[in-house]
Design a protein around this ligand. Structure first.
Ligand code: HEM
Length: 149
């Protein structure tokens, strides 16, 4: 049962972050300031959903990991530490900062610099989560690497 919770929480986290990333890019590239402001606002509220799902993914992952050892698990733990650090030190502060700037119409150089950092670190987060997803399937025996063939 624990692994079902883990897989659902992990997949939800990936989908939430991907939706933040895509809505940010689409609003910045194709829509007006009011849409950008609405997206910044929605992302801050979305964090209230993301944080518990992230905690559930990590918590259930570490619980599942207690019963096993190995390279794939060690890699997943290391990636999770980077994902958590990036989330707390970059993604959450950036989302709150950008929402504050957008709310008062300050779309200046600093806004776009922080926006660029958020998008770049977002790609890093999605990549690390995708790798954890892949290695999770390997640990569960649902995916085999080329080396196994
Ligand atoms: C964003 C982070 C993560 C994602 C997206 C993720 C995703 C997944 C997925 C999709 C599975 C396959 C479940 C199944 O098909 O049965 C899985 C399995 C697993 N994950 Fe994660 N995971 C993440 C983080 C972690 C962490 C931090 C740990 C441990 C420290 C961990 C430990 C495990 C273990 C041990 C399994 C194998 C479960 C089994 O025996 O069936 N995961 N993970």
């Amino acid at each position: 049962m624990k692994y079902v919770v883990h897989a659902i929480a992990g997949t939800t986290v990936i989908l939430i972050i991907a939706s933040f990333w895509i809505s940010t890019l689409v609003s910045e590239m194709f829509l007006d300031y009011s849409a950008v402001t609405a997206v910044k606002h929605a992302i801050v509220y979305g964090l209230l959903l993301l944080v518990p799902f992230m905690a559930a993914t990590g918590g259930s992952g570490f619980a599942l990991g207690k019963m096993r050892k190995g390279y794939l698990l060690d890699q997943k733990k290391k990636r999770m530490a980077i994902i958590g650090t990036n989330g707390l030190l970059v993604m959450i502060p950036a989302a709150i900062f950008l929402n504050g700037k957008a709310a008062v119409g300050e779309f200046d150089k600093l806004f776009y610099a922080v926006q660029a950092v958020e998008l770049i670190v977002g790609v890093v987060q999605l990549t690390l989560m995708g790798m954890n997803f892949r290695d999770g399937l390997r640990l569960a025996g649902r995916l085999h690497s080329r080396a196994d063939e």
